[in-house]
Design a protein around this ligand. Structure first.
Ligand SMILES: [Zn+2]
Ligand SMILES: [Zn+2]
Length: 161
């Protein structure tokens, strides 16, 4: 039995239905987590690396990638992927993973209600007799702002603040 109901369209979300595994707080992990928490939305490894260097923290890009991977595997991050395949990260809220709808054009990410996905995952795990089941659900689309761009010419009339 093969279950790939959610691979339509491509959104994503990586999720682990368990608490984060214990992880030794190395200098790199602390620096990366702190930099992630300072940013509002999803961030790429490259952007994160630049931000860390700007703070005077010496860390290689490869180390940033590796650290993000470790943090992701331990359930500490939510991850989405851009259309070019680049992964974007953000800290996972303490009370569990989230699912997002991500704009393929501008990268805007909006949290979506996904109770039905959680219930379905639990149900399938139980019926199939699996434990430690993880799921990845990814939703991407084109946001309203990108679909209907505001005119940028000065005389367009749409000048509300
Ligand atoms: Zn957009
Ligand atoms: Zn989920």
């Amino acid at each position: 039995m093969y279950l790939t109901i959610l691979e339509v369209g491509g959104l994503r979300e990586t999720s682990v239905t368990q608490l984060p595994a214990p992880l030794r707080p190395t200098r790199q992990r602390k620096a990366v987590m702190s930099a992630l928490h300072q940013r509002a939305g999803f961030t790429s490894a490259r952007e994160l690396h630049e931000a860390l260097e700007a703070e005077g923290i010496t860390i290689g890009l490869t180390t940033v990638y590796r650290t993000l991977h470790t943090l992701d595997r331990s359930g500490r991050l939510d991850v989405v992927r851009e259309k070019n395949g680049e992964r974007l990260y953000r800290p996972r809220p303490a009370d569990g993973h989230r699912h997002y709808l991500v704009c393929r054009d501008c990268g805007l990410s909006a949290e979506v209600e996904a109770g039905v996905v959680e219930r379905w995952a639990e149900y399938v795990s139980e019926v199939m007799g699996f434990t430690e089941v993880e799921h990845t659900v990814e939703l991407t689309g084109v946001c309203d702002r990108c679909r209907f761009p505001r005119p940028t010419t000065p005389n367009s009339g749409e000048q509300h603040a």
